[in-house]
Every structure is written in C-alpha cells, then in structure tokens.
Design a protein around this ligand. Structure first.
Ligand code: GLP
Length: 261
C-alpha cells in the first residue's frame, strides 16, 4: 500500500486526480469507479479543471458508482444518482448513458444488485476505483461486519453512518435506513484503488485501515489485500499513523523507476 501525506485537502484532490488522469490518458475508454460524499469533492474539482483545460477527456470513459440509498426518489437532491450527475457526469463530461449507479428503487433489489455486478464485468472491470472512508471504517456502504468476499447487495446503514450523513438531510429521520453497495469483493476486483481522506475526524479510521488488523470490523482494512492501493490523506487525517515518518520519507524519496500503477 502506498501512503501519500499532503498538506491540504486541495493537494489531496490534485494528487488523486493525477492518478485518475493518468489512467484515462493512457486508456480513454477506461472504466472509473466513482465515490460520493465529501472526500472525493476536491478530486472531482481538479479533474474538472483538467477537462476544461483540454488535458483529459471522459467522453469515451465509463463510470460505476459505489453505492446508492434504498427508497429515496431518483431525483432527490441527495440520491447518489443525483450527486453523481451533478458532481461527476456534468463537470467531467461523461456520456450519461455510460455511467451507472446501483438501483435503490428496484422492485427486486437482489436481482438489480446481481445485474450491477454483471454490468461491471461486461464492461471489463473497473480500472481505477476512487474511495472515501467512513468514520467507522466503511468503504462504499460496507458497514462493519461486511464480508471481504461480498458483492453488490443490500446493507443496513449503521447508526453512526446515518448520523454522519444527517448533515445532508433536513432531519436524522429522513436519512434512509438501507442502501445498495458494491461489496468488498467487488472493490477488490478493481485494477487499482485510490482512497482519499481529509480532516482530523478521519484520523482514527485511516489509521485502522492502513495499520490496524485485517478485520471485517474495519471494512476498509481490506485495502491491505490489494496489490495496487494508494491512500492519499492530508496532515490531519494522517495524524494517528504510527509510521508517519516512514511514509513521508518513502514518498519524498520515491525513485522515478518505482511505479505502483
Ligand atoms: C458515505 C459514502 C461513502 C463515503 C463515506 C464517507 O456515506 N457511502 O462512499 O466514502 O460515507 O463520506 P464523506 O466523504 O462525506 O466523509
């Protein structure tokens, strides 16, 4: 796992955007795994800047979102379908029909989840997956206890996740109780993973993901099993890492020939 510690949230976004840009430049028809939430906002902002500057294009790329709430209308401003349209498809110039979000309103949610897995496979898999991390260590909406082998499926949101996400809704009671999320096994299948985190409130989760035991109690610890996982964090989110000096030294002295991606 590569750990990159940068001074500001904006620098985290620029570094993550550089990883995505390299993938889409090498392969314009790349498939990008898309996260929602606050964490990837600075990444999308920098990618949009690169698109406007003519450096990169997502016109031929595909996208798959990580997760979606169950039971809220598609056009609800906080549905992940709405957020992906607003924060990703429009500013990055994806063709809307080439970006999919799990269906949280299907009559048969199990079947829809299996179809989502099939669609990812039919697209040839995900080239690079963007991830945030919840304060309880979840990635996507894989809450503590999620199997490392899990695939896209329905999950019950943890009370802490509903409280964390209540800021996006008028009241805590309005936060959905269930979701559909790519599984940890689905995420592990991506060719490369880039997890971004900013702020002191993420420091414990980042330390548990990077340095804690491999345990389904901290679903993000599954990154330790991935061959090409990069964790890009600001100083505050890095503050609980025990080997912080080693990570800094490694990144600052990275030889040109050492390529993880
Ligand atoms: C959300 C999402 C995750 C996200 C995480 C952290 O609920 N389902 O994909 O990474 O929780 O959110 P944020 O980036 O807003 O802190």
């Amino acid at each position: 796992m590569e750990i990159v510690i940068l001074p500001t949230p904006a620098a985290v976004g620029r570094a993550a955007a550089a990883r995505i840009a390299a993938v889409v430049s090498a392969r314009p028809a790349a498939t990008i795994g898309l996260a929602t939430g606050s964490s990837p906002q600075s990444t999308y902002t920098d990618l949009a800047r690169r698109v406007r500057a003519g450096e990169i294009s997502f016109a031929h790329a595909r996208g798959f979102a990580l997760d979606e709430y169950v039971g809220i209308p598609l056009d609800h401003p906080e549905s992940y379908a709405s957020i992906i349209a607003r924060d990703v498809i429009t500013p990055l110039g994806f063709v809307p029909s080439r970006v999919q979000v799990p269906d949280g309103r299907a009559a048969d949610l199990d079947h829809a989840a299996k179809e989502y897995e099939d669609a990812i496979r039919a697209a040839g898999g995900i080239d690079i997956q963007i991830l945030g991390v919840g304060t309880n260590g979840h990635i996507g909406f894989n809450e503590p206890g999620s199997s490392f082998a899990s695939r896209t499926r329905i999950k019950t949101l943890a009370p802490r996740t509903r409280e964390d996400n209540a800021r996006f809704f008028a009241r805590l009671d309005d936060v959905p109780t269930h979701c559909v999320t790519q599984g940890l096994g689905t995420i592990l299948d991506a060719h490369a993973l880039v997890l971004v985190a900013q702020g002191e409130h993420k420091a414990d989760a980042v330390a548990a993901v990077v340095e804690g035991p491999l345990t389904s109690f901290v679903p993000g610890s599954v990154l330790q099993l991935h061959e090409r996982a990069t964790v890009i964090v600001d100083e505050a989110a890095a503050s609980q890492l025990r080997l912080i000096d080693y990570y800094r030294y490694t990144y600052e002295n990275k030889p040109a020939w050492q390529r993880n991606h």
